[in-house]
Design a protein around this ligand. Sequence first.
Ligand code: CTP
Length: 400
Amino acid sequence: MELIFKKKILLGVTGGIAAYKSAELIRLLIKAGAEVRVVMTPAAREFVQPLTYQALSGHKVYTDVFDAEAESAMDHIELARWADLMIVAPASANFIAKLLDGYADNLLLTLCLASKQAVAIAPAMNQQMYLNQATQDNIHRLKSRGVKIWGPAQGEQACGDVGPGRMLEPEALLGLIEGRFSPGKLSGKKVLITAGPTHEAIDPVRYIGNRSTGRMGYALAREAFDAGAEVTLVSGPVSLDSPAGVDRISVTSALEMHDAVLSQVSGADLFIACAAVADYRVTVVAPQKIKKSAKNIQLELTPNPDILSAVTRLENKPFTLGFAAETEKLEQNAADKLKRKNLDMIAANQVGGGQTGFESDTNELLVLWPGGKQMLSLNHKNEIAKQLIDLLADHYNALE
Ligand code: CTP
């Protein structure tokens, strides 16, 4: 209970029958010592009167972007800054879609846009609406941006349907809110991560690249942030949203990635090299587009610097996790790289087809460290990232 004592919680309520449960959530939060301010969307007011929440929170409920009285107490930007945590419960399908697209046509959406931190949402809707591909895609993308998705629960719904879509019970939400304030395993630590492929220019329109999507590295960045770390992500060209709270530096080539990493590494406690860095670059990049001809042409390639080895050669090297993408002899090659690159840990994955590695949503990793190993068996990359950050943090903290 101590965890949320005096913490400032901004509770957003959208239109849904579960809005009545938010009253109980406010009561529990207040009982635990939190300060609560409530923001309601116009649709929420069709279900519950603001007075109910006002009586429970002890403060005027915010409902309107252009409410002169409320604005004079605390304007909407101030309100977004005030909150230690923003949670939207219940979050309707409509709200979720608008949040994803950056709408600001009501006070709650405006606050979400104005907030630096990731919000948490507790979806509540009819099971068919929840299962609709549009809602599923929206939730998936919000998750990848770092929005916490709490629930929904399964069960009987107000409309008579049975399925997923019930808002989590207030006690469960309270537990999750408390969890956000418990110090993570990497609390106060600085983590530098590389992710994605690199593109090595051939001429102004062509490049040599690889099939890395960056998903694993981005998931690790999110999980490290969630574990309390300050995270810098040096990313090659990918089409992924930046995780909330994470500092992203975008680069294109291996040389750019090398320079960005070396400029950021001092002060980093941990370094995770997840990028699929091109081993070679084109020696002479053509200044103009290379024209087609009937003759064979040759590209001369120059080795790129090994970023990971450059980091582990540093005098004050951070605790380092490398990756090994292998098509054969997984354990043997990874154990070799662990030694050769002077790493603290290595995560080896099988690439080149199947359900692991590049372009796949799932992965399986064999993690090795001097004197030990652990298998993280086939799972969604987000779950694998969580397990890997956990393992990494345990090993790092054991040294401290
Ligand atoms: N790596 C790096 N800089 C490079 C190449 C690789 O930092 N120029 C890092 C990767 O991010 C990964 C690890 O080194 O953490 C191993 O990458 P991998 O491609 O599996 O190994 P290589 O060292 O390139 O060896 P090989 O291609 O011969 O297997």
